[in-house]
Design a protein. Structure first.
Length: 374
């Protein structure tokens, strides 16, 4: 891969995603024989949207950010335990049917069309995350903060991104950002779930947050049963949810745009841009949970020697709070979502590897179910 090491090249690439046509294609399965789609779990958030928005005071958001490091450690422990169990059992069996695939291009804000496409350029290997240089312009505003409470009423945070789907009001994230994966099915989805695209700390009142593109309350959730039932970090840690437009807005895609997606095409991807809102990182002290960061570089199959483990692995030092943030191509198509890192017995991170579940059949099933629901 040709590597450019200038900051200017990376900055340009963050804007390049806007220069593509905005025609949305529907998810499609591989040619016959068509494989059976995996099962999904569907749930709803019935809390009054204004109550959700009112709940998230600056103090509660601060508690959510403080809990993110603990959440990261718990997710890392669970992922490591799952990997050890799968290895001890000889790996999970996989069907021999053809893989499902689904694909859609990025959509510009306001459904602008007729913009000339540009050739994708190589991006540098940048595992040390940098602040997004233009956080209030597309495509950076497609990424936002997700806030939610668990069954105990504790506040938590993740990242997520607007994704192209029917209804133009859908967010893509990690499964553990909307459901604990404890087998409760549709009753297990978290409550008071809020998505804030372009989220940032207030300049006027440090310690508080601004929502320059509105606060979007979750409505319907879809996650694979591989997550809600099996807590499968290899294939299942992903989810989508629809949102309700706040007063004064039409829909999420018109407001900020939407990433496309490319699901079912494997775990090796060159020139990926990974972004999120980390509250901490590997050997980092400058991440606050309010600022969007990004890494660039190649994504590889985490266990290339093991056909039973197709997680995506990227060198990126973003940590807690970046969960659910998109791994996307330079064409603006999501291929993964930040899931977990590796830690030692003291819950200390041991490297800069950042993992995503394989976005194959399970991801296709989720995006198709979201489209069907709309």
């Amino acid at each position: 891969m040709h590597i450019r090491r200038t900051r200017r090249a990376v900055t340009a690439l963050l804007l390049a995603g806007a220069l593509i046509p905005a025609t949305l294609t529907t998810a499609s399965a591989a040619e016959a024989p068509a494989p059976a789609a995996p099962g999904v779990t569907i749930g709803k958030q019935t809390t009054d949207p204004q109550r959700v928005r009112d709940f998230w005071t600056p103090e509660r958001v601060a508690r959510a950010l403080a809990n993110e490091k603990r959440d990261r450690a718990a997710v890392a422990r669970d992922a490591a335990a799952a990997a050890e169990a799968a290895e001890a059992a000889g790996g999970r069996a996989r069907g021999s049917a053809p893989r499902l695939t689904a694909e859609a291009p990025q959509v510009l804000p306001g459904k602008r069309t007729g913009v000339a496409a540009t050739a994708a350029a190589d991006v540098p290997e940048m595992p040390v995350a940098q602040k997004v240089p233009f956080p209030q312009t597309a495509p950076a505003i497609l990424v936002g903060k997700i806030l939610f409470i668990d069954d105990a009423g504790e506040e938590h945070g993740c990242s997520g991104a607007s994704i192209a789907a029917d209804g133009n009001n859908t967010v893509w994230t990690a499964g553990h950002c909307v459901h604990p994966g404890d087998g409760r099915g549709s009753d297990g989805f978290y409550d008071l779930v809020l998505f804030i695209p372009g989220y940032k700390e207030s300049l006027e009142t440090p310690g508080e947050y601004d929502a320059p593109w509105g606060e979007w309350v979750a409505q319907s959730f879809v996650a694979p049963q591989a997550w809600t039932r099996d807590k499968d970090y290899d294939e299942g840690d992903m989810a989508a949810f629809t949102v309700k437009a706040p007063t004064g807005y039409t829909n999420l895609t018109d407001t900020v745009g939407a990433f496309g997606y490319k699901f079912g095409y494997g775990s090796d991807w060159p020139d990926i841009i990974d972004s999120g809102f980390p509250g901490e990182g590997y050997h980092r002290t400058d991440m606050d949970g309010y600022t969007q960061f990004y890494c660039t570089g190649d994504v590889v199959d985490a266990m290339d020697w093991n056909p039973l483990d197709n997680r995506l692995e990227m060198n990126c030092d973003m940590g807690a709070g970046a969960s659910g943030g998109p791994m996307a191509t330079t064409e603006g198509q999501i291929v993964g979502a930040n899931s977990h890192v590796e830690t030692d017995d003291q819950d200390q991170r041991i490297n800069d590897h950042l993992y995503s579940s394989d976005h194959g059949d399970q991801a296709v099933a989720v995006i198709n179910a979201i489209n069907d629901a709309n």
